[in-house]
Design a protein around this ligand. Structure first.
Ligand code: PEP
Ligand code: MG
Length: 590
């Protein structure tokens, strides 16, 4: 049994067999061979070895033929040497014959040992050998699996996915009945991969730094997404304990379901609006199931997540029509395309940027690509004639940018006027407040907008200079940092003074630990992952505004994030033990 700690991604417990994805997504269909098939499987492995050797020899010949540098042929020689190493053949054949493992699993076990050994070495020579070993391993899989290589989208049985990293689009296409949980080496608590996992209700632990080399496909794995723990090959006692925890989690979810039809009001009758964040119109089924007030953030870039289609007016309008129909009169806040950074779903043409989060993303990309931006604005406007639609511009950092976005919107309105196409002339316009400069000049931006939506996921990373997807600096990513709390307070205050609605749609609004504090700061509109609506509602219904103000006043007095978190944990534990006590399912604060 091995216990590994990472970053709590998406809450819940998942238990199952590991499916280990390398960067090339190999999936091994079976772990054990049928009795009596040993000779066949050993033969398959030996043929794979021969094919790899033949492949390498032809690379060598081709390289020599075109006069490639000597280093190229030397690398091939090293690979051939590794491949011919008798321990590889002997140990793998023994695992097939004596343990009944399939050649794929036996190869994976063999290389796992060597990977671990080499990966930890800092020496450049050994680091290079690690890359060589990985290369050989992949070459063998390719030969062994041949046509049987499968896609994560077409899993045939439930698994726990373990990978160096997953893209948001890979997560978006996961089937919840087949992926019981996932664990990745990279990523932070607000990476879009994690946000997707929360939407889908898939337990996840990210930022483990190493895990892929620590297990083989088929090993039993426990994912505790609430605590950020992964357990490899658990013993009987641990397995039972986590099976119980998984059931307790499901029971709490059933309890929370009793709140679905109740209003989101504080104990003293103060009404709060609980909206949902979505990536796809189909998630509105969940918004309805959990009785959300509407959609507070539609991340439209996910419509094009699989990269097969470039956004067009037609594809936008189809999605918006579906969303409006499913919402049955509830509001829909459509955010314009926020491509770039970890949401590299289209080729932005920027090439590889040194600092993609500070680079050519979001509204900056849209200004450059009016051929993509304008059709979306047309579609949003057309949709505004069909239902309650609001428009939200992301990544606004200055008044100029806001005015430019509005000018383009006006141009599009004029085009529609010319074509006699109707739309809501008073469509509310809002901006994401997710860059510190927008916080500072919120008072200057307010006259130009109808509402603000605070995007803490980015606001935290830009305020604290901490990459939101980099596990190495994850401990510095602190929602409770006084600078972040002061920024949130400032925007809420400006909203109150200028009579502009302020929503908060970053992941912080879906973490129950912060609900009372945010209420106390005066937040009245929350937009959260649909599956946590009832959890947040439960906190709202458990406190009075008076309590919340007292909590906020105290929290704002601390100089360090960890003091704020400790205070909130203690105070919330006293105020609402059923959520923050031992059996509560509140996610850990970072
Ligand atoms: C945010 O930054 O808080 C936000 C909601 O937007 P995204 O997570 O899509 O960047
Ligand atoms: Mg953002």
């Amino acid at each position: 049994m091995e216990i590994k700690r990472g970053i709590p991604g998406s809450p819940g417990v998942g238990i199952g067999e590991a499916l280990v994805l390398g960067s090339e997504e190999y999936r091994f269909p079976h772990k054990f061979i049928s009795l009596g098939k040993e000779d066949d499987e050993v033969g398959r492995f030996e043929r794979a070895l021969e094919s790899c050797e033949a492949e390498l020899r032809s690379i060598e010949e081709e390289a020599a033929g075109r006069g490639a540098p000597a280093t190229v042929t030397r690398i091939v020689e090293v690979h051939l040497m590794l491949l011919r190493d008798p321990t590889l053949r002997t140990e793998v054949c023994e695992m097939i014959r004596k343990k009944g493992l399939t050649p794929e699993h036996a190869v994976s076990r063999f290389f796992r040992r060597y990977n671990k050994l080499f990966k930890g070495m800092r020496d450049e020579y050994f680091a290079q050998r690690y890359a060589d070993i990985q290369d050989i391993e992949k070459r063998l899989y390719r030969q062994l699996l041949g046509e049987r290589r499968e896609d994560i989208r077409t899993l045939t049985k439930p698994v726990i996915v373990v990978a160096p990293d997953l893209t948001p689009s890979q997560t978006a296409t996961m089937h919840t009945d087949k992926v019981l949980g996932f664990a990745t080496e990279q990523g932070g608590e607000t990476s879009h991969t994690v946000i997707m996992a929360r939407s889908l209700g898939i337990p996840a632990v990210v930022g483990l730094r190493t895990i892929v080399d620590d297990l083989s496909g088929g090993d039993t794995v426990i994912i505790d997404g609430t605590e950020g723990i992964v357990i490899i090959s658990p013993d009987e006692v641990t397995l039972r304990r986590y099976q119980e925890k998984r059931e307790a989690f499901a029971e709490i979810a059933d309890d929370l379901d009793t709140l679905i039809r109740l209003p989101a009001v504080t104990r003293d009758g103060h009404e709060v609006q609980l909206f949902a964040n979505i990536e796809f119109p189909r998630e509105i089924e969940l918004v309805r199931r959990y009785n959300g007030a509407g959609v507070g953030l539609f991340r439209t870039e996910f419509l094009f997540a699989d990269g097969t289609e470039l956004p067009t007016e037609r594809s936008h309008i189809e999605a918006y029509k579906t969303a409006i129909r499913l919402l049955e009169g509830r509001p829909l806040v459509i955010r314009t395309l926020d491509f770039g950074a970890d949401k590299l779903m289209v080729d932005t043409g920027a090439g590889k940027e040194a600092n993609p989060f500070l680079g050519f993303r979001s509204i900056r990309f849209c200004f450059d690509r009016l051929d993509l931006f304008k059709p979306q604005l047309r579609a949003i406007l057309r949709a505004s004639a069909m239902g309650q639609v609001k428009i939200l511009f992301p990544m606004i950092s200055s008044l100029d940018e806001l005015l430019r976005a509005k000018a383009i919107l006006r141009e599009v309105m004029e085009e529609l006027d010319g074509e006699g196409i109707s739309y809501d002339e008073k469509v509310p316009i809002g901006i994401m407040v997710e860059i510190p400069s927008a916080v500072s000049i919120a008072d200057l931006l307010a006259p130009e907008v109808d509402f603000f939506s605070i995007g803490t996921n980015d606001l935290i990373q830009y305020t604290l200079a901490v990459d939101r997807v980099n596990e190495r600096v994850a401990q510095l990513y602190q929602p409770a940092h006084p600078a972040v709390l002061r920024s949130i307070k400032r925007v809420i205050d400006v909203g109150r003074e200028t009579d502009r609605e302020v929503a908060l749609c970053g992941e912080m609004s879906g973490n129950p630990l912060y609900t009372t504090l945010l209420l106390g700061l005066g937040l009245e509109v929350f937009s959260v992952t649909p599956t946590v609506i009832t959890e947040i509602k439960r906190v709202i219904r458990s406190v009075t505004i008076e309590d919340a103000k007292e909590v906020a006043d105290k929290a704002m007095g601390f100089a360090r994030a960890e003091d704020v978190v400790r205070f909130l944990q203690e105070r919330m534990g006293e105020m609402i033990p059923e959520i923050f006590g031992a059996r509560g399912r509140g996610r850990k604060a970072s």
